[in-house]
Design a binder for this molecule. Structure first.
Ligand code: GLA
Length: 397
């Protein structure tokens, strides 16, 4: 009996029965934080299962202009970007697949996050603090885009952050010590932010527990005609760059910074990509077209600056490139050869897309005079790039 009275009393007390204040209401608002109202929408769906049994998710983010960006946490891949043309017609401006199977079967880094080191490292090795680090070799005798299983082939942890006029999709990955040969546990965070101004911002952050090299980028293949109607040779490009890096037959920079003046590499003013892509020029031949690194003329070393712009005359679509990086690998899809059929059953022939991979110079670990890609414990790697879409009624050259 005593026990029953005690229990009843305890029960009433726990309900706040003897309190004068209606406490329950207050507690509720503390426990359930109010959802931030965003005028963009985010949907998540199942994208596929990996051979490991892990599942990939697809995030669909739509803004007020109906721009729609799809990103999966497999490789942090941007699978689709719908933006309006000059008449408001929404079409896809990136290459890729409808499903995970496509990406698992064969993908030349379509839309992916590339790391730990975007681009090539000669002979797949470097010296760091007096020690040689052999890396995975996956491109002739060289190391390319992080190795056999780079950041483009792993599952990233995700988190969504909504703001009134933007949505951020945060992706996290721990690249373990000696993964693909690189020293140090590297904690990587890549944040994709979509806003109402039709911009896709990509922020890269990384920290390490041992000295290592880091050079992160994104490998989206753009074709602004919309739904990949034809090649990209009619697109016009402008790059604020007086110099580019000539390469050897393995596409490794020779170390020279060559002036673009009077060469097919001069994009200081808008130039049609097809204009000189077949020029009889030793560097064009080595690249099979453009597959080189342009060194930006930066105003400040680390600020986000507009350093490039791409225009497509028929659709009127324009894409501006902002970055904090010192350089960009401009690649004209020279290795696409019609063997890949992507979304909407489109066959991806040679030069059906182009990449603007913002980054530090290729093979920097073996060029002490190039801007350093070394990251030490206690330091923070930070890099940002923005691809911003708009339209011009009359796109000239
Ligand atoms: C990069 C390289 C190219 C090629 C593509 C992927 O952009 O510079 O040479 O390897 O990736 O096919």
């Amino acid at each position: 009996m005593k026990q029953t009275i005690f229990c009843t009393l305890f029960y009433l007390l726990s309900l706040g029965f003897f309190s004068c204040q209606p406490k329950q209401e207050e507690d509720k608002t503390v426990e359930v934080p109010e959802e931030i109202k965003s005028n963009l929408t985010v949907n998540t769906s199942f994208f596929g299962t990996l051979p490991s049994g892990d599942t990939a998710t697809l995030f669909t983010i739509k803004n007020q202009d109906n721009m729609e960006v799809k990103i999966t946490n497999y490789g942090g891949i941007i699978t689709s970007v719908l933006v309006p043309d000059k008449d408001g017609k929404m079409e896809d401006v990136v290459l890729g697949y409808d499903n995970l199977e496509g990406y698992l079967k064969s993908s030349p880094y379509f839309g992916a996050i590339v790391g730990r080191y975007g681009n090539r490292i000669a002979n797949g090795k470097f010296m760091l603090d007096g020690k040689e680090y052999p890396l995975a070799v996956n491109n002739g005798k060289n190391h390319l885009h992080g190795g056999l299983v780079g950041f483009d082939k792993v599952i990233w942890e995700t988190e969504i952050e909504k703001k009134e006029n933007s949505v951020a999709l945060k992706m996290k990955y721990l690249s373990k010590d000696m993964e693909e040969g690189y020293p140090g546990n590297l904690n990587v965070e890549v944040i994709y932010t979509i806003d109402n101004e039709n911009a896709i911002a990509i922020d890269y952050i990384a920290t390490t527990d041992k000295t290592t090299h880091v050079n992160l980028t994104n490998h989206t293949y753009f074709n602004l005609t919309g739904d990949v109607k034809r090649d990209i040779l009619d697109h016009s490009l402008m790059l604020k760059a007086d110099h580019y890096l000539p390469v050897d037959e393995g596409l490794i920079p020779t170390g020279e910074l060559r002036n673009v003046e009077g060469t097919p590499f001069n994009f200081k003013d808008f130039q049609k990509i097809g204009e000189e892509i077949n020029a009889s020029n030793e560097q064009i031949k080595l690249g099979g077209g453009y597959d080189h690194c342009w060194v930006f003329n930066r105003q400040t070393p680390n600020d986000l600056e507009i350093l490039g712009e791409l225009k497509e005359p028929t659709s009127g679509r324009v894409m501006q490139l902002f970055t904090t990086e010192p350089a960009v690998q401009f690649y004209t899809g020279n290795f696409l050869d019609g063997k890949i059929t992507g979304k909407m059953d489109k066959v991806y022939n040679q030069r059906f897309a182009l990449c603007l991979e913002t980054q530090h110079f290729p093979d920097s670990p073996n060029h002490p005079d190039f801007p350093s890609t070394v990251l030490k414990p206690g330091e923070k790697y930070e890099s940002s790039t923005v691809y911003k879409f708009s339209v011009e009624k009359e796109v000239g050259n």
